[in-house]
Design a protein around this ligand. Structure first.
Ligand SMILES: [Zn+2]
Length: 427
């Protein structure tokens, strides 16, 4: 009994000490620089300005701003321009939102702090500050928050509610495939029209196919999805959210091939009126299917882009319908372990990429895929290709997740390309 009391007392003392320790640490940093004031101003899509004011009796040598976007594991940093006069110090750091290296999308949560260096070789680290980067071209954003989905919208709350419901259902449905990655919130930023949205993603739009409208874009490191509101927004939101979930399930692996990423996103698309069947049928009928190993990028020709979406969706449907969701979960897990797609497929299903290609072609009634020598790849053999350098080296070019390719959704094409469908069939 006495022993118990002693232990309790010890724990209590430890607790007190710990609290005091933490308290003294905090006291230290705010004692060294007093009256700390932090603020941020955003001029989207141009710049973020980090601002600091404080009072210090010690001479400051440098002020470093460290910041992190969303789920990113790495910190970015840069140094403030600052002035110290008597006690007072004022500093600013301007950061470009859109660069060659990428864009921080609106809706991103940003966490930042300062490291202040003094001339006596000491430093302090200020407490974390948080803000959400908003598209400041508009000042009337509203937030609809529900379980795992945050939706920033303007004007239509009913639309946000409806989307939130569909997205939460999607999260539950995809749980068996993507596993335990659905709890961290995903942010959707809803734009009312195309010209508003293109301003937010313009740095990427140069690379997109001009004939295809971008209806949405997923940024997995920020866990943000940009969506064009309209009659197809449920399809767009669920498609793009699936990219985020697949990105989390594969731990951001660049080995995730584009056909699998897009096929899964289409598998998750909750707008069932969207179909690529016409394009796929045309691709099968005219021998315009690409071998899967080439679908690490989609063709630039809009006809063939649509065939590729249809093909990707059909292959993923075939895998899940024939072998189940658990196998798909295992395939993603194998990719996240760093296996190339041939190995990941073989270790999951017992066939490699060419094997899958031929099994699927047989399943949908398409002609077999011939290799360069004019031979049919043996689908039953299922042997692993030991070194597929071409695939592993170039897969990051086509992976949606790594370089933020525009995710183009077919739903709009039917409006946009009504005359175009005819031309596909007549050509
Ligand atoms: Zn996509």
């Amino acid at each position: 009994m006495l022993k118990n009391k002693v232990i309790y007392l010890l724990l209590f003392l430890l607790f007190i000490n710990n609290q005091e320790y933490l308290f003294s640490q905090q006291m230290d940093q705010s004692e060294v620089v007093k009256n700390q004031k932090f603020s941020v101003s955003v001029d989207f899509p141009e710049t973020i300005n980090f601002h600091f004011e404080g009072e210090s009796t010690k001479k400051i040598e440098d002020i470093k701003v460290e910041f992190k976007t969303g789920d990113r594991k790495t910190l970015q940093y840069s140094y403030m321009d600052f002035a110290q006069k008597d006690l007072n110090v004022v500093g600013d750091m301007e950061f470009r939102i859109s660069t060659q290296g990428g864009l921080i999308p609106p809706g991103s949560k940003i966490t930042w702090n300062l490291v202040i260096y003094f001339d006596d070789n000491t430093k302090i680290i200020t407490p974390d500050q948080n803000f959400v980067l908003m598209d400041t071209r508009f000042d009337d954003w509203e937030l609809y928050e529900d379980r795992s989905v945050n939706i920033y919208y303007r004007y239509s709350r009913t639309r946000a509610e409806r989307l939130s419901e569909e997205c939460n259902e999607l999260l539950q449905e995809m749980f068996p495939i993507v596993g335990d990655v659905i709890d961290d919130p995903i942010t959707i930023v809803l734009y009312n029209n195309y010209s508003e949205m293109i301003g937010a993603i313009r740095s990427k739009s140069k690379t997109s196919n001009r004939k295809l409208i971008t209806a949405g874009q997923a940024f997995d490191e920020a866990s943000v999805v940009l969506v064009l509101a309209g009659r197809n927004d449920i399809g767009t939101s669920t498609h793009e959210m699936m990219h985020i979930l697949v990105g989390r399930a594969t731990d951001g692996s660049v080995l995730l091939p584009l056909w699998l990423n897009e096929g899964l996103a289409e598998y998750a698309n909750r707008d069932k009126t969207v179909t690529y069947d016409h394009y796929l049928d045309w691709g099968i009928g005219t021998n315009n299917l690409k071998p899967l190993k080439q679908l690490i990028v989609f063709p630039g020709d809009p006809n063939l882009t649509l065939v590729s979406y249809g093909q990707s969706r059909s292959v993923v449907n075939y895998l899940i319908d024939s072998f189940g969701k658990q196998k798909m979960e295992l395939l993603l897990l194998n990719l996240s372990d760093g296996q190339i797609i041939d190995d990941a497929l073989f270790n999951t299903y017992g066939f490699n990429l060419d094997g899958l290609d031929n099994n699927w072609r047989e399943f949908v009634g398409a002609n077999p895929y011939y290799n360069k020598e004019g031979k049919i790849i043996d689908s039953k053999e299922g042997k692993i290709i030991d070194s597929n350098q071409e695939l592993s080296n170039s897969s990051d070019k086509g992976s949606c997740r790594s370089n933020g390719l525009l995710y183009i959704l077919v739903s709009l094409f039917f409006i946009y390309f009504r005359g175009f469908v005819n031309s596909i069939y007549s050509s």
